[in-house]
Design a protein around this ligand. Structure first.
Ligand SMILES: [Ca+2]
Ligand SMILES: [Ca+2]
Ligand SMILES: [Ca+2]
Length: 88
């Protein structure tokens, strides 16, 4: 199967093994799994589904929100803990 990749200049080497429409030359980072290609949606599975080099990046915004929220709580707790010591 020939990949329908954006780069039409290298169709000779565009061999799509898993038949998802993307070849290794067209940034298919796993040409043995049709669910993994640059056009795939990133899902939480511990793998880089959309071949952008980042695993499960869809979860990052929520992780960042939780992390920043945790940091704010920590800062406030530290302030509460440290303030009496400063006053002494
Ligand atoms: Ca492929
Ligand atoms: Ca990814
Ligand atoms: Ca994933």
């Amino acid at each position: 199967m020939v990949a329908t990749c954006e780069d039409e200049t290298n169709t000779e080497t565009c061999v799509d093994s898993d038949g998802d429409g993307w070849s290794v030359d067209c940034n298919d980072c796993n040409d043995a799994d049709p669910t993994v290609n640059p056009g795939a949606a990133e899902i939480c599975n511990g793998a880089d589904d959309n071949c952008n080099g980042t695993i499960d990046e869809v979860l990052m915004p929520m992780q960042m929100v939780l992390q920043s929220a945790a940091e704010i709580v920590m800062m406030q707790m530290q302030r509460l803990i440290l303030q009496p010591q400063k006053l002494c």
